[in-house]
Design a binder for this molecule. Structure first.
Ligand code: CIZ
Length: 304
């Protein structure tokens, strides 16, 4: 880290303490932004931890649906984003209208939504899931037919793990969808001892090559606990610097250097400092949507 970043992080930490703010950074954020944060991790873990703190304000360095989830779980706290335009193309594939149409086509089938959805979609769903608990959530429901939205790759993988019938939406995460089987076969040829860890947002033929399929938090746990010393990392490259830092004796290869989410990389240290100063870019969730969306989150929390 250079002197400029160190000075910015000092200013951020001082201002966060003065303003009783907690700074959350998703695992995919720029490394220096993660270093400025109080907490880093996956979206649900961060929102849950933030709800437990006595902070007045949550600064969420991530993408929009994540800040909304934090607001849903902490309605009394002010939630701001350093860059309000940082959205999620996967979440944006599904509108309320298209979800309602899908529900009409399959009356009575409950809807499971991945946490990568906007609050208005969560409000229309029966239960949420994350990449860490999706199978547990699906299996917790008594129904044999379910709608699973919005990630088609994750849904296709889930379909290989459950006997239930899953009706899928067509969304994909462009960053994970970019990874192809050929990338892994080539890396495996060059690093035959390496374990390949894949995120369930990857294509099914990529997941079939994986030694482990994990959420981002699961990537860290797997790498720390494994006896292997080399790993191919099949998720957004933002996880790599900290994986290397916390596992000094191990080697990590990006499955593809193109697995970079432009939305996640929008937020800079300057943006974090600026939002702490101005307290602008507030994220709000209307009460009627929040009341329904929180039920989908709470149902998930009750089964995991
Ligand atoms: O929920 C999250 O944070 C996402 C988007 C991915 C993950 O696996 O942690």
């Amino acid at each position: 880290m250079d002197g400029k970043d160190e000075a910015l992080i000092r200013d951020i930490r001082r201002l966060a303490a003065e303003k009783n703010a907690v700074i959350l950074a998703h695992n995919y954020q720029r490394y220096e932004v993660q270093q400025a944060a109080d907490l880093f991790g996956d979206s649900l873990g961060l929102s849950r931890q933030a709800a437990e703190t006595s902070a007045r304000m949550i600064v969420f360095a991530g993408v929009f649906f994540m800040a909304e989830s934090a607001k849903i779980l902490s309605p009394q706290k002010k939630v701001v984003m350093p860059v309000l335009e940082a959205g999620c193309p996967l979440a944006d594939t599904l509108t309320v209208e298209s979800l309602r149409a899908l529900k009409e086509e399959h009356p009575g089938a409950p809807v499971v939504c991945y946490i990568n959805t906007n609050a208005a979609i969560k409000a229309e769903c029966d239960i949420c899931c994350t990449s860490a608990n999706m199978l547990q959530v699906v299996e917790s429901l008594p129904d044999e037919k379910l709608l699973f939205v919005p990630d088609k790759n994750m849904g296709r993988y889930l379909q290989t793990q459950t006997s239930k019938e899953l009706i899928l939406w067509k969304g994909v995460c462009p960053t994970h969808h970019r990874l192809k089987k050929e990338h892994i076969l080539e890396l495996r040829r060059r690093h035959p001892e390496a374990k390949f860890i894949a995120h369930p947002e990857c294509r099914l033929d990529v997941l079939e090559l994986a030694d482990a399929i994990r959420s981002t938090t699961g990537f860290f746990k797997y790498a720390a606990e494994s006896d292997a010393t080399e790993f191919i990392i099949g998720t957004e490259t933002g996880v790599l610097p900290r994986m290397r830092e916390v596992n000094p004796g191990k080697t990590f290869y990006a499955a593809s250097e193109e697995m970079v989410c432009p939305n996640m990389k929008m937020t800079t240290l300057e943006d974090v400092l600026s939002v702490l100063e101005t307290e602008e870019n507030e994220v709000d969730v209307p009460a009627d949507i929040r009341e329904k969306a929180v039920k989908a989150l709470e149902r998930m929390l009750a089964v995991t």
